[in-house]
Design a protein. Sequence first.
Length: 549
Amino acid sequence: MIDFKDKVIYQIYPKSFKDSNGDGVGDLKGILEKLDYLKELGVDYLWLTPVFPSPQKDNGYDVADYCAIDPQFGTMEDMEQLIGESGKRNMGIMLDMVFNHTSTSHPWFQKALAGEKEFQDYYIFRDGLPNQLPTNWQSKFGGPSWEYVPSLGKWYLHLFDVTQADLNWDNPKVREELKKVILFWKEKGIQGFRFDVVNLISKPDVFEDDFQGDGRRFYSDGPHVHEYLKELVRDTKIGELVTVGEMSSTHLKDCIQYSAQDVKDRELSMCFHFHHLKVDYKDGDKWALMEPDRMALKRIFEEWQMGMEKGNGWNALFWCNHDQPRIVSRFGSEGKYWKESAKMLAAMIHLMRGTPYIYQGEEIGMTNPHYEKISQYRDVESLNYYEILLQQGKTKKEALSILAARSRDNSRTPMQWSCGKNGGFSDHSPWMDLADNYWEIHVEKQREEPDSVFSFYKALIQMRKEMEVISKGTIEFMEKENPDVLAYERKDKNKVVMVFGNLTEHKTTVWEKKPWETFQKVLGNYEGLHREEGQVILRPYEVVVLESM
């Protein structure tokens, strides 16, 4: 079994990482070109979002064939070369498996539409009339989660886009087919798997209306999800690899069970949850803006860090991914304190208990692009919600302002490699617009600067590998009543490390009554320690990491 606790995982969104053939779309050979850069950064695994054949209605999360490569990304030979060359650099490839649903273009669904009963049972169909939805559940992309097929007189469930039909995991044949997919890629040399919205795979035994919400309380962490995951792991032997589950609207008790370490029937290595990234949702609504609730952020981190430690579970640590806005734009500063806030946010997440994930561009402090026209957006969720927001009475300006803060496209802009044409991403016009600031924020510049955000990320990764207290120590939170400061202590039998981060753009006092003179500063984003009248003061977005002497 791989010891993953000192490892760092880098997420690649292939479509936007590097274009090698001049068509404006990133590809596998583009990733190959940048392997030495990723090796220099120090990461251990490369998680690729889906590169399988797909109509691209949801940028690859609508899979039409799990065991092939979409031609826009390259060939199976390219994938095999990427696996081999990454291995030579001691980096493993982690594939993104979308097992909750398939594209409606998948042969299984096409056979279901053609009337084959066997394949209709691969999905969740319900008999009914065109004007009688089976339930009132809402799709996560807006609108009903059921679509009617007149030729069959049936509705099918799609928790996401209408072109993403949910699989019926209660059917043993479906589970066997998905095991074959895992074994196919294991044979190719894949070293890890990320399972998309995997806690949604087990639907309730009885479908009913939800008069309190959108239906998710009935299918999140469903009745057989742990049973099915145990079976998948047991029959594919992926417990020997690194695995992570994306858990949508999940609960702590379930994530402890999903990721419990050193148990006979372990399910996954670790879990993603998203509660800490909802603290700027007004009344829980992603599309209603508010300032981040810093006290809520602190409480959530403490609850999950302490809870997972007590239950022997393991967290995936992250701020950014392909579905989230850029964190420096969201919780940091894009202006005067851009560099300081990017570093502070990095340290606060990387030094917690769990395995850190870096999303491409995060290591150079990439920001949201602040698109001003709806024609610049590509994401199906964003396009759907733009229309919904207009229907709700928002002006076009208001709707665009919300998308500029919330759209998943904020993280999907092309990687900024240089200040050259198209940011060094492609010689061709990219599939979506770059952020205008690629002239200033790019890899080429930061690799040369010892004080860059990139250099800071390298230091964080190296610290995790060299200091066992970071990868395996306990965690205890400090400064609990101070809304401006996120602080915690990592501890093992040999060492204590204290981490303090100022979450604001103003100075703030640190009240923690620790004998600071017995600690030495080992990392920070400002010179020295700042004191005023004998008190330790954190400067705007300052992070201080102290090690016991």
